[in-house]
Design a protein around this ligand. Structure first.
Ligand SMILES: *Cc1c(COP(=O)(O)O)cnc(C)c1O
Length: 362
């Protein structure tokens, strides 16, 4: 028998979260961002739930091919654009729209032989300082692109650094609007956090939600998924494979990291850092046993964690352990809470579920 660990992808929740994005941006078309293999969920597993999106946005050309192979004929956008000249041939062949964020990409386009002009999204670096043309260089890039026979429509985009936090989007929005005011073309600026928190200020032709589609709050812990009416799309579950009875002073696991203060029972669950459970999690990280909330204790091992069974005295060999997501009882443990205990974000946990974990879809 395989180990009892399992990741379950909830297709209903994916579809509802997409609907939530639509309600947050009623006048916009929605890119379903499916980069990093749909944030670890698997492009093929999320595809049907996201069919109602207006397009798929991602950055790996092999992933774009997978979206086309699923029969999607609508827009596909490469968020980082092309990496080398021959990528443009694939853009032509698969009808991919692509981001243009640097002069080298314009050079590649200028040298590209194509019968069919391509749709591009010209990206401004409005303050993130990662990809894109600085505001003072943006119009020159636009003019260069506009003169190329290889280019069809030019859309305009930028990306926010602080849509989820105190600094907000105003400073970047100001730069973007000042420079693009009289340029034609569609606009795309909002990620999940901007779509939820700055809907009115960032309203435009296309929104680009990623994380919200996967049921994680982009601004946790200020707001949680329930606040934004988002549903968990991934459950990582396993079972207890052992129960130990401890006395005061007994220690648990590597480094004797946890010491029992009195008599207690602990359960050993079949999940560890080789499954993608973060080794940074320490005593206190929440976990559900038989749907009851308790805590992880001691150090995370490669294949096991240990959990405090005090609140679930009936738990035994085989009891259900919910690492994150939804227990059979219906109780939810938000992935964001586990991420916070590990000093990271939900994005990283869902992307890091290891290949050895079997995945099912419900
Ligand atoms: C990943 C990404 C998004 C989606 O971001 P979320 O925070 O997951 O909503 C949007 N736009 C770009 C350019 C991205 O790279």
């Amino acid at each position: 028998m395989p180990r009892p660990i399992l990741a379950t992808i909830h297709t209903d929740a994916l579809a509802r979260n997409l609907d939530r994005a639509r309600r947050a941006a009623v006048d916009s078309r929605v890119w379903a961002v499916v980069k990093a293999n749909a944030y670890g969920h698997g492009i093929e597993r999320v595809f049907e739930s996201f069919r109602a999106a207006d397009g798929f946005a991602l950055l790996d050309l092999a992933e774009a091919e997978r979206v086309r192979a699923l029969g999607w004929r609508g827009p596909v956008l490469l968020l980082e654009g092309v990496f080398e000249p021959r990528d443009l041939e694939l853009c032509s062949r698969l009808d991919l729209w692509h981001t243009v964020h640097c002069d080298e990409q314009i050079d590649m386009l200028a040298a590209h032989k194509t019968q069919v002009p391509q749709r591009v999204f010209l990206k401004m670096n409005s303050g993130m300082n990662r990809l894109g043309f600085a505001p003072e260089r943006f119009r020159a890039a636009w003019t260069r692109l506009d003169a190329l026979p290889q280019v069809d429509e030019i859309s305009l985009m930028t990306h926010f650094s602080d849509a989820d936090g105190a600094r907000g989007v105003a400073h970047q929005l100001e730069a973007f609007e000042r420079v693009t005011r009289d340029l034609p073309g569609e606009r795309s600026i909002a990620n999940s956090a901007a779509t939820l928190r700055h809907a009115a200020a960032t309203r435009c032709d296309w929104v680009r939600p990623g994380i919200l589609l996967y049921g994680s709050a982009p601004d946790f812990p200020e707001h949680d998924a329930a606040h934004w009416q988002l549903q968990p799309t991934m459950t990582l579950s396993t079972r207890l494979i052992s129960v130990q009875t401890l006395q005061a002073g007994d220690t648990v696991g590597y480094g004797s990291r946890f010491t029992a203060e009195g008599p207690m029972t602990i359960g050993v669950a079949a999940v560890g850092y080789a499954d993608g459970y973060p080794r940074h999690c320490d005593t206190g990280t929440p976990v559900l046993v038989d749907g009851v909330r308790t805590r992880m204790v001691g150090r995370v091992s490669m294949d096991m964690i240990t959990v405090d069974l005090t609140p679930v005295p009936q738990a035994c060999f085989g009891s259900e352990v919910t690492v994150w997501g939804r227990a059979s009882t219906g109780t939810v443990l938000p992935i964001d809470e586990v991420a916070k205990a590990a000093g990271t974000v939900g994005y990283e946990l869902m992307c890091a579920v290891a290949p050895r974990v079997p995945v099912t879809v419900d």
